[in-house]
Design a protein around this ligand. Structure first.
Ligand code: SAH
Length: 297
């Protein structure tokens, strides 16, 4: 099976899709200005790597009971104008649908209720902004479905209380998921390989006053070691395997969620927990994400 650890170090399967020689071109202009103080870099992984392969059904269990749902919308909150719909109500319905589909994490639902998705899509698509659908954002890329964003964030927060510490997002796209993440994490480092989308995200996020989002222009295969180690890593693009750099930059106790090609050739959500004794991986439900590509453009 493609995701089964090879014998020996247990690392080689992770490195299988890592493309040697790719350059990371993080423009100093876009590098975050104030990096949080760093903890010690993660040590080399223990040689024994355990892998818990799971079927399509989500098999991870919550360690803490869920709290009652937080109040999602403040009374009298100002309504966005110019979209021809009453956005807060529509968003509330979107959140209710997500909860009904099974993602009930209160902090995630609250964050989904706060971010105005219609501000991240083109004017012509505004009326579809709160439907559970992916939408084009230019350059052949798409903004992920709200239910999938919520599902992935809930997985990141499954065993931890919000807020998470530092989070690395691969694939900024239009910046929507980074905005949602910024409500459940202390610092969000979000990397995009396409300059056009990096700039678009910057424009979309301008004015939202999310100072804990750090946009990076570069090849996500390299990760961003200066911001790590990360409590969580999330990829919005699907690769053939998880690059070793991401594992290296994940803190012990941290969790990674990434769409990844499985043995059958199908793309599924892959969850990797980095523990003191090795890696634990779970393959969850099939998903459909745009491909993870190397290099910048
Ligand atoms: N989270 C985004 C979804 C964007 S789609 C949103 O909310 O809009 C996935 C993105 O991953 C695309 O923009 C694509 O260009 C980007 N991507 C693919 N491979 C990448 C890589 N190696 N490094 C950084 N970004 C990458």
């Amino acid at each position: 099976m493609a995701n089964k650890p090879a014998s020996g170090t247990g690392k080689s399967w992770l490195a299988a899709s890592f493309k040697a020689g790719t350059t990371t071109t993080i423009s100093p202009k876009h590098a975050p200005s104030a990096l949080p103080s760093k903890a010690a870099a993660p040590r080399a992984l223990p040689s024994a790597t355990s892998a818990a392969m799971q079927g399509a059904a989500p098999a991870l269990t919550r360690s803490a009971p869920l709290r009652p749902q937080e109040k999602l919308f403040a009374k009298g909150a100002s309504m966005p104008t110019g979209v021809g719909l009453e956005s807060s109500r529509v968003r509330e319905r979107m959140v209710q649908r997500i909860a009904a589909q099974g993602t009930e994490h209160p902090a995630v639902l609250a964050a989904m209720g706060r971010v105005e998705r219609h501000k991240f899509v083109d004017t012509a698509l505004v009326n579809q902004a709160y439907e559970d659908t992916s939408l084009p954002i230019g350059l052949g890329q798409t903004i992920s479905k709200p239910s999938v964003v919520a599902r992935m964030l809930a997985l990141l927060l499954e065993r931890t209380d919000a807020p998470l510490g530092r989070v690395l997002e691969i694939g900024t796209g239009c910046g929507y998921q980074a905005a949602v993440l910024s409500h459940v994490a202390r610092e969000v480092y979000s990397m995009e390989r396409l300059k056009g989308l990096h700039d678009k995200a910057r424009a979309n996020l301008r004015g939202l006053q999310r100072p804990n989002i750090h946009l990076l222009f570069g090849d996500g295969f390299e990760g961003y070691p200066a911001g790590g180690p990360y409590a969580a890593i999330i990829s919005a693009a699907g690769g053939e395997a998880v690059p070793q750099t991401w594992i290296d930059q994940l803190a012990v106790g941290g969790r990674l969620v990434a769409p990844t090609q499985t043995a059958s050739g199908q793309q599924s959500l892959l969850v990797i927990d980095k523990t003191a004794t090795g890696l634990l991986q779970h393959i969850l439900e099939p998903v459909l994400f745009v491909p993870l590509r190397s290099g910048v453009a």
